[in-house]
Design a protein around this ligand. Structure first.
Ligand code: SF4
Length: 371
């Protein structure tokens, strides 16, 4: 297939669904890790067309959603400092912290700017040397290389007014945490193609072997996902647990080694708190010692923060797949994309936003029900 619409061919989609139904003898539970994949599954209704009983569990693969509240509150406190420019992508600026979001902070007079790349933030620092420019850097393995390059560029320019508030997360530790949960229902994963385009899939091989769970690297178009689901179901039916690559047009086993080298140079692996999952060992990135002077958390001390989650938001349960957005009492009423109470309703990759965009209705049933 060469053109985008070929990855959305309804006849091929129907054939893949029929083949999956023919192969499946049990109601398997699969998790798509990536929020971009969640949006395609929900928007196209694929999750509702699967064979009877088979279920997609929506995973914690939204970078904005898993960013801890403490990081958002720290960004709010830094943005409030005179002479500071707080920069990041549009989504994260709308995520509520304990006392409003960063765009609200801008309305109160703070200098908060949307940028389209971390290099834009470096450029602001170069043009405005009298300002302290902070880039709020969140995301998975996909965004880490660009952030690493921005730090290297700031160093190359000799800028001493640029820093990063880093909240980077890594996918494999989150997968093992989910698999080790006593409540885990996941029997196979669809892994995010763009993450693997950077990191390859060698890190997944020990997970597949140890937990006996198939992992299929999958793209983002409807036929990618349908094919990935079929590949995972075939493995489950045959008792196999391997890493397979549905997204061969973009992913190699070893990934992008240039990108990996830039990340390794600038960042080091650290323990990381995930919103919804809590603290996970070795699941994040922080600036390495040589680059600690670019660490906004060190450079802009803000004192003790008192973070308070919104009491109505069940985002943690949504992020771990134990509840659907439609189980949330606030879904579609007090929480909408215009009035979000939590990150999953804000982010372009958030599960609540995906359900809302697809017009899924809030359930009036027992919130403990899994589907
Ligand atoms: S619908 Fe809103 S309040 Fe409910 S879990 Fe999602 S983001 Fe939180």
């Amino acid at each position: 297939m060469r053109h985008l619409d070929e990855y959305r061919d309804p006849l091929l989609a129907r054939a893949l669904l029929e083949e999956t139904a023919a192969v499946a003898t049990r109601p398997w539970r699969l998790m798509e890790v990536c929020g971009g994949q969640t949006h395609t599954l929900v928007r196209q209704g694929i999750d509702e067309l699967l064979p009877a009983g088979m279920r997609m569990i929506h995973g914690p693969g939204c970078p904005v959603c898993v960013t801890p509240l403490e990081v958002l509150d720290r960004a709010l406190a830094i943005a409030a400092r005179p002479g500071t420019v707080l920069t990041s992508f549009g989504d994260i600026l709308r995520v509520p912290g304990t006392q409003g979001d960063l765009l609200t902070q801008r309305a109160r007079g703070a200098d908060v700017r949307v940028v389209y790349s971390p290099m834009d933030a470096v450029e602001i620092a170069r043009r405005e040397p009298e300002r302290e420019v902070v880039f709020l850097a969140v995301g998975f393995e996909t965004t880490a290389p660009a952030n690493a390059m921005a730090v290297l560029h700031a160093e190359h320019l000799g800028l001493d007014n640029f820093s990063m508030l880093v909240s980077h997360v890594l996918v494999p530790p989150a997968m093992t945490t989910l698999l080790e949960s006593p409540d885990c229902e996941v029997q196979a994963f669809l892994a995010a193609g763009h993450v693997c385009a950077v990191m390859g899939w060698t890190a997944y091989e020990p997970i597949a072997a140890r937990y006996k769970v198939p992992i299929v690297i999958t793209g983002f178009e409807p036929l990618d996902l349908l094919e990935g689901i079929l590949m995972a179901v075939r493995q489950l039916e045959r008792g196999r647990a391997e890493v397979e690559n549905q997204y061969a047009r973009a992913v190699r086993r070893t990934g992008n080694t240039d990108a990996q080298n830039a990340v390794r140079r600038v960042f080091e692996i650290t323990d990381q708190v995930w919103r919804g999952l809590g603290p996970l060992p070795n699941s994040g990135l922080r600036l390495a010692g040589d680059f600690a002077r670019y660490d906004a958390a060190l450079r802009h001390e803000v004192g003790t923060l008192r973070t308070i989650e919104h009491p109505d938001c069940i985002a943690g349960a949504v992020l771990t797949g134990s509840r659907l957005p439609t189980h949330c009492p606030a879904y579609g009423s007090s929480c909408t994309p215009r009035t979000p109470l939590g990150a999953p309703m804000v982010s372009a990759e958030g599960t609540c936003a995906a359900f809302h965009a697809a017009g899924r209705q809030a359930l009036a049933t027992n919130p403990g029900s899994p589907a």
